[in-house]
Design a protein around this ligand. Structure first.
Ligand SMILES: Cc1cc2nc3c(=O)[nH]c(=O)nc-3n(C[C@H](O)[C@H](O)[C@H](O)COP(=O)(O)OP(=O)(O)OC[C@H]3O[C@@H](n4cnc5c(N)ncnc54)[C@H](O)[C@@H]3O)c2cc1C
Length: 484
């Protein structure tokens, strides 16, 4: 392959460029922002002010793609998890989970800047900043993309390429571009989350330390109370987020924000709040819907075109999914490039179909986690399977782990929630029986009695048939975990 254009220099665009660099003569990343010289927020990614946590799977792939990245982040000031614990606080009790390794925690801008610095060191990769792509160049006769048109200052430019990767994020215009050129766009799948975030940053004295790296407090019985997550990022900055779905937006003014923190009354947080200085007023972020754009279902998809990251599917940020999916898609791209001797005409389409299979379990899991609030609605021709049962199953398993003070069970729920392990590793007969013996299966039995879930007696091979049947290859085998 001679030349690839990547539209968007965010996380997905950068890691796609990194992977493609081994297979292409020339890569051009076109980015509408003027990119900052250091780790700073920028207009094109307003979400970067808010916490960006990596799931274990996302962390694992980034470390494989960029060996030594974790150490580099730590050396340059990222917070370290060494010897710390993650503290979960629920009305039913608290659970402290030891951090497994020395992992770096940092802002999205800090992570992106480190990745960008590495990517732009590659000779074949060039960056064209301050340039906004506004259309694709498509040869309709041969149904292939051969470049883009873009605006740079007052100038309109045309840039040619053999392949174009769209990594334009949450507000991607890819559907409009394709529609304008006569393509029929499939119905998008929508999850209306009505999510509200409010984030505040504080300076924490370098001389002090706390035993936790991340503190997560939520009250599933009172959905109107925001979830609160406090964590450390680079340069001793504590970031606290109040987040909620279902249209119950947390306050974004300083007084309102601090008042909620007091009302939450979490002793470990109260203690740390006495030692910090707010750096600025809180900032809010709202998302009405998240969208799975289903380009893989298009009857006609132009050759030489790929969509990756949020441009393909967006997720409820509260579950920390987006960067992991972008990393999994880049990993898929690398595998496909290794397997094919040449990039034939069907490459883009095959990639989308495989990328959609990666998205599906994570998308389902977002819907499972957000299920239960009347305002949260899934809108698509085909309803999603087993949301109510899976939601209640995960909640009961989580509460059981908290009551038992059982980090291993809690970890299992967490790894299933973050697409590391298959849902079948959790939602199965032995686990159901365990909940029954603990007297915690009542809400699940109620769903079965109401005809909303299949009776356990009818589960084949210990597996609940209400849960979608995802391929095992989409997950990390449990043995890998046991061996580590
Ligand atoms: C509030 C919030 C919190 C989040 N928290 C987490 C988290 O904790 N963990 C997690 O994994 N994910 C999180 N995410 C999701 C995460 O931000 C994205 O999924 C991830 O960064 C992948 O993004 P991307 O590269 O596809 O898009 P982005 O990072 O948004 O990058 C898109 C890039 O394209 C550029 N661009 C757009 N249009 C054009 C154009 N026409 N021409 C040129 N350039 C263009 C933009 O300027 C931008 O640089 C969160 C998202 C939000 C909104």
């Amino acid at each position: 392959m001679q030349k690839v254009i990547i539209i968007g220099g965010g996380i997905a665009g950068l890691i796609a460029a990194h992977v493609l660099a081994d297979y292409c003569r020339e890569i051009l990343i076109i980015e509408r922002d003027v990119l900052p010289a250091g780790p700073a927020t920028r207009p094109g990614t307003p979400q970067a002010y808010h916490p960006h946590h990596l799931t274990p799977r996302g962390r694992m792939i980034l470390q494989q793609l960029f060996p030594g990245l974790n150490n580099e982040l730590l050396q340059n000031g990222a917070a370290s998890s060494l010897g710390k614990e993650i503290w979960f606080s629920y009305p039913s009790g608290d659970l402290h989970i030891p951090e497994p390794a020395n992992e770096a925690a940092c802002s999205r801008s800090f992570l992106e800047w480190h990745i960008r610095s590495r990517v732009l060191k590659k000779e074949t990769i060039q960056l064209l900043p301050a340039t906004t792509v506004n259309d694709l160049l498509i040869d309709k006769t041969h149904n292939n993309v051969y470049g883009v048109t873009a605006t740079r200052g007052n100038e309109t430019i045309r840039l040619h390429a053999d392949m174009v990767v769209v990594a334009t994020g949450f507000h991607s215009h890819l559907s409009e571009w394709l529609h304008r050129q006569g393509y029929t766009i499939p119905e998008p799948e929508i999850l209306t989350t009505l999510l509200g975030y409010s984030t505040r940053h504080y300076a924490f004295p370098a001389s002090r330390s706390v035993p936790w790296s991340l503190l997560h407090a939520e009250n599933p019985e009172r959905p109107e109370v925001p979830t609160c997550v406090a964590s450390f990022m680079e340069n001793n900055v504590l970031e606290i987020i109040l987040g909620n779905i279902g249209g119950q937006y947390p306050p974004t003014d300083s007084d309102g924000f601090e008042k909620v923190l007091q009302l939450l009354n979490i002793p470990a947080l109260q203690e740390v709040l006495q030692q910090v200085t707010p750096l600025e007023a809180p900032r809010g972020y709202r998302i009405k819907d998240v969208t799975f754009r289903h380009y893989e279902k298009m009857a006609s998809w132009p050759d030489g075109l790929l969509a990756i990251g949020d441009a393909f599917c967006t997720f409820d940020p509260i579950h920390g999914t987006g960067m992991t999916i972008a990393a999994m898609q880049a990993d898929l791209l690398q595998t496909m490039l290794q397997q094919r001797s040449s990039l034939d005409a069907s490459f883009g389409r095959d990639f989308l179909q495989a990328a959609a299979r990666i998205v599906e379990p994570a998308w389902w899991m977002n819907a499972v986690a957000d299920y239960g609030q009347p305002e949260v609605q899934h809108k698509y021709a085909t309803p999603q399977k087993g949301l109510a049962f899976a939601h209640v199953f995960m909640e009961q398993a989580m509460q059981f782990a908290v009551q038992l003070r059982e980090p291993a069970l809690f970890g299992l729920v967490w790894l299933v929630k973050t697409s590391f392990l298959s849902p079948r590793e959790l939602i199965n007969r032995p686990m159901f029986q365990m909940l029954q013996e603990a007297g915690m299966a009542g809400p699940l039995e109620a769903l079965i009695q109401a005809g909303k879930a299949t009776d356990v007696a009818q589960w084949q091979d210990d597996i609940c048939p209400d849960i979608p049947d995802y391929e095992d290859t989409l997950f990390i085998p449990r043995q890998v975990l046991q061996g580590s």
